[in-house]
Design a protein around this ligand. Structure first.
Ligand code: DAH
Length: 343
């Protein structure tokens, strides 16, 4: 019957009503409990209801009225409570958000992200790995024999009661992780934190960041490495940048080199940064030593590759004119806020 249906629909509406604020609550009150409320006229329909249903109809109407009253009280309580809470906390939830205290990127992240972007553009993929390593991945696989001074307790943080687990001393350990789990062609960069047991001073810290690069494929040559690093230097330091490769030694590359970029001596700051030479030392690199490939089950007759390792802190300090490396690890917000405009 139509009048019964109407009551049912209104009951549902009442139980589902959820006004967001005082105004919404007032509308609910006017609709269901006000002097011209929607329930009143339904009482007038009583005379059209057959006699044997009049009693049920009356009960249903009373129920509807009671439901409206009790729902109103519940809603009123919850809205007043919410207001009390925000007032109690001294909050005005209607105020616009204060954007003044936005976070900022850490200078190390800014430089690292820029370097990652540069290599991603030419197809390198980011590989992230563990900071707690074993000595096989950190040293042995990387052709660093057991009696190599780099393994010395004075340089490496070993885990308590362990002679095999350590905090990685360089991101080169990721090379071993990737080469033992992926088949060539491999083209990765591995950004991350490394640790060395060094005395903390303005110039050196016991933790810092590196980006490792590794490229393994058929017929990869030293010229490929030089071109890749020249591209990197020009993206990083400007289109006219020149580089030079100086012979060097690393256990995991043969031949090995260190790359300098030409900054010139035109300004006081480039003079200072390059110690008057115009050249700034940026990274270590070389052709992956065949022993490393063999250790990782890659056939050096079939594949060759190059690798490089870039220190991040020094670049960040140059870029932002930071004179003390310790500032990069103290997380003093007054220091960090200075970089809030840099993306
Ligand atoms: N792992 C070296 C270091 O921490 C840096 C390095 C040099 C990485 C030459 C390389 C490389 O991949 O080819 O000093």
């Amino acid at each position: 019957m139509e009048a019964f249906e109407k009551i049912k629909t209104l009951l549902t509406e009442i139980s589902e009503a959820q006004p967001a604020d005082k105004d919404g609550l007032e509308q609910f009150r006017i609709r269901f409990l006000g002097t011209k409320n929607i329930i009143k006229p339904i009482f007038g329909e009583m005379r059209n209801v057959p006699n044997d249903q009049k009693k049920d109809f009356g009960l249903a109407l009373n129920e509807l009225k009671a439901a409206a009253e009790s729902r109103f009280n519940v809603l009123k309580d919850s809205i007043e409570n919410a207001q009390d809470q925000s007032a109690g906390l001294g909050l005005d939830l209607s105020l616009p958000v204060d954007n003044k205290l936005q976070g900022s990127r850490h200078p190390v992240s800014i430089v690292m992200n820029k370097m990652i972007d540069i290599f991603e553009k030419i197809g390198f993929v980011v590989a992230e790995e563990r900071e707690i390593e074993d000595d096989w991945h950190n040293f042995t696989a990387m052709n660093t024999p057991a009696d190599h001074p780099a393994r010395d307790m004075q340089d490496t943080f070993y885990l308590k009661n362990s002679i095999t687990n350590l905090l990685r001393t360089h991101t080169s350990s990721v090379q071993a992780r990737v080469m033992t789990t992926q088949k060539p062609p491999i083209r990765i960069i591995a950004p991350g934190r490394v640790y060395r047991n060094e005395t903390i001073s303005a110039r050196s810290h016991c933790q810092f960041h590196q980006i490792e690069g590794l490229y393994i494929d058929k017929d990869v040559s030293f010229a490929d490495m030089r071109q890749t690093l020249l591209y990197f230097a020009r993206e990083m330091y400007g289109a006219k940048t020149d580089i030079r490769l100086r012979p060097s030694y690393f256990p995991f590359t043969e031949p090995s080199a260190e790359m300098d970029v030409w900054l010139g001596t035109d300004t006081a700051s480039t003079k200072r940064l390059t110690k008057g030479t115009g050249w700034l030392e940026v990274l270590g690199c070389g052709m992956v030593d065949p022993n490393v490939l063999i250790n990782c089950d890659i056939d050096p007759e079939e594949y060759s590759g190059f690798a490089f390792g870039i220190g991040i802190e020094r670049s960040a300090m140059q870029k932002f004119n930071i004179s003390d490396i310790r500032q990069l690890f103290e997380n003093d917000v007054r220091f960090l806020r200075q970089f809030s405009n840099v993306i």
